[in-house]
Design a protein around this ligand. Structure first.
Ligand code: GLU
Length: 500
């Protein structure tokens, strides 16, 4: 570690999937480390045994990897200040407690939960605000306390907060100068009766032992910060710089939750958002490059990210912007990468993995006709299914009614005339010659291009809305296109399947 090197950490509790709020915190830490030439550390805070699982740890690690974030120290990569899981660091918390005991900065508290609850209740009934633990056990004679510990009486360890402590102040890199009155800080618990460290104690021990210089985290931890500062002071450790990030809200200004739709990185991945999109989008929820630029590459983010452009205003999750942005990244990713990324959704549309691998070139030809029409990959089955129907056509009844059965539209004539052109083997099976040859029908038939091409579109793609028609036709075998036209003609004009 070099002097003054920035060391930041993302410290998720593996109690669930990676929420987008957590992902944004991770991105800010990562980008800050990269922008400053510092180190990004991943630490798993799994000390709550009832809610933490190894499975969740794996899910979070996978989600971070999917986002393309890399950590310099942490699970899977190791590092000089490991282990990077709190449950494997118990001896460090013990050592810190021993140090505080030796210096008389903590005391054992034997108050039971029932006693504490009763006190809280009494205060509330008396119309007074409960101001925290009343320090009953602080005055027990040390020899007496030791006797009770030796006798096996359950106890927690509390911090002996100096009674005359001045207000606790710090300069938050986002919130600015913060001041909390010292007298409202009660003697917080550092170690529970089962010997496990509390969140505040473990975090301070870890951040110190891992030489963390900047704590960038959600502002739901803002009220923990003065308590943590008291612990730093007691341990005689330097206090890091804090940067608290505002909440991410839904469009209704309420905390983003399930009610608003997807909230975990995994869900966004499954809906077909690209990792680049997610990183760009989440980076802008509370930070901006210049207040204008919306498309920011990872490289740029890692160069330009700074804490002074992080705002304390709540960020609103704008789904429309996310969709737009994903569309932009799709247009920029190129055909080969698109095919590889689209694989699972192409399979849902009717392709097979084998075919994709064997005819990658053919699949790459889909890209130019779809890339401007796709915002999420999970739209692929609905939008591109027609490429995988073989000789069949899945006719959309509404399109049939609107286009093929429209009064005086002469759709039957139109598709028959086009069929003739498409059956003509002297015309090269390519978009432009086919389109030109069909277009040449307009004048003699006295039909506008739309009146000619829309029926053909429904007959080949099943729907009046589709990617470009002749580009699609080129991608399909001639015999399948002709078979689809024949099927359509038969069902609509001979069998009258769609007549009201
Ligand atoms: N483990 C805490 C959480 O997941 C984060 C603690 C911190 O960043 O200080 O909310």
């Amino acid at each position: 570690m070099t002097d003054n090197q920035v060391r930041v950490r993302f410290a998720p509790s593996p109690t669930g999937k990676l929420h987008v709020g957590g992902a944004r915190t991770a991105i800010y830490n990562w980008a800050y480390a990269r922008a400053t030439g510092g180190k990004f550390i991943l630490r798993i805070e799994d000390t709550d045994p009832t809610r933490s699982t190894e499975e969740n740890t794996q899910i979070i690690v996978r989600a971070l990897r999917w986002l393309g974030l890399d950590w310099d120290e942490g699970p899977e990569v190791g590092g000089p200040y490991g282990p990077y899981k709190q449950t494997e660091r118990m001896d460090t918390y013990k050592a810190a407690l021993e140090k505080l005991k030796a210096e008389g900065k903590v005391y054992p508290c034997f108050c039971t939960k029932e006693e504490l609850d009763a006190k809280r209740k009494a205060a509330e009934e008396a119309g007074k605000k409960y101001t925290g633990y009343d320090r009953t056990c602080r005055n027990i004679d040390p020899a007496e306390a030791q006797r009770r510990i030796d006798a096996g009486e359950p106890h927690v360890w509390r911090l002996k907060v100096p009674l005359d402590h001045a207000p606790i102040e710090f300069d938050d890199a986002v919130y600015g100068h913060m001041k909390f009155p010292g007298e409202v800080m009660d003697d917080l618990i550092l170690v529970r009766s089962d010997g496990s460290p509390t969140y505040n104690f473990a975090v301070v021990c870890d951040d110190t032992n891992m030489h963390i210089t900047h704590v960038i985290r959600g502002d739901d931890h803002l009220s923990n910060t003065p308590r943590q500062i008291l612990i730093y002071e007691a341990l005689g450790y330097p206090v890091p710089t804090f940067a608290h990030l505002s909440m991410i809200l839904g469009p209704d200004k309420k905390k983003l939750s399930k009610r608003h739709g997807a909230t975990s990185v995994e869900e966004f991945r499954d809906q077909g958002y690209l990792p680049d999109t997610m990183v760009n989008f989440l980076a802008l929820l509370g930070w901006s490059l210049d207040g204008e630029t919306t498309l920011i590459s990872r490289e740029q983010l890692c160069k330009e990210f700074s804490l002074d452009r992080v705002t304390k205003k709540d960020a609103i999750f704008d789904q429309t912007k996310l969709d737009w942005m994903n569309g932009e990244y799709i247009q920029r990713m190129g055909a080969a990468a698109w095919v590889d990324y689209a694989k699972p959704w192409l399979v849902q549309a009717g392709a097979t993995e084998n075919d994709i691998d064997e005819r990658h070139d053919w699949y790459e030809k889909i890209y130019p006709i779809i890339c401007e029409r796709l915002q999420r990959f999970d739209e692929i089955p609905a939008k591109l299914g027609y490429l995988f129907w073989g000789p069949e056509v899945h006719l959309d009844p509404a399109s049939v009614k609107k286009v093929l059965l429209k009064a005086n539209a002469r759709a039957d004539e139109a598709i028959q005339a086009c069929r003739k052109v498409l059956a003509d083997e002297s015309i090269e099976w390519k978009c432009d010659p086919l389109q030109d040859a069909c277009r040449a029908l307009c004048e003699p038939m006295d039909l506008k291009p739309g009146k000619l091409f829309q029926p053909l579109r429904v007959a080949v793609c099943g729907n009046r809305v589709s990617p470009p028609l002749f580009e699609s036709i080129e991608l399909l075998p001639r015999k399948d296109v002709l078979a689809r036209i024949d099927e359509t003609y038969r069902r609509v004009f001979t069998d009258h399947e769609f007549d009201a």
